[in-house]
Design a protein around this ligand. Sequence first.
Ligand code: DC
Length: 219
Amino acid sequence: MKNKINIAIDGPAAAGKSTISKRVAEQLSYIYIDTGAMYRAITLLYIENGKDIINNLSDFEITFKREDSNRVLLNNRDVTDEIRSQDVTGKVSEVSSFEAVRSYLVEMQQKIGIEKGVVMDGRDIGTTVLPDAELKIFMQASPRVRAERRLLEEKERGNAIDLDQLTSQIIRRDELDMNREISPLVQADDAVLLDTTELSIEEVEEHILHLAQQKIGVE
Ligand code: DC
């Protein structure tokens, strides 16, 4: 049997990381971990319970129910839809800048990576969570194209949001994520930069699978 590798996929909001990561994981029969969903779940807790909850994070477990389209469970409560709300999206960059939140989630994510065979997407996977990942990708795309892609997703969920509003929300989130003190969004030195502005999902998927096969071949 071939050796398994870890694949870290980082990049700014709505660059297509989760769509691509899911497909790559499926092709390789790897586990897909959406770390943004974890930060969103903690943000939901924060909104519902206030900031004291941040000191009691060890009471909470975040799991992914993969056999059922990647549902996200917070202590067995299905929060898949709630964590995509505008309220959570508007607050998640702030909550994910807290030290207690980051250290709690990074530890959880690192445990998942130990067995290898993981495709993990986020902002600090290649730099902090899995610095030894065999393949690191930094996905980029212009803010407008990212907003257009997110608009389509929101429409599918039945949400009507204005494109200009989405573009400014994405730019604001990028700024907060890139400028926070602890593990900000930054390209790892050994990450492959992939600008997807002009590429289709299939092209990006094929490119990453090709790079992964090269790594799997030599590991
Ligand atoms: O990928 P996403 O848009 O669902 O992520 C939501 C937010 O979570 C993002 O704006 C910043 C934060 N995040 C983070 O700080 N570190 C990660 N590894 C993943 C997400």
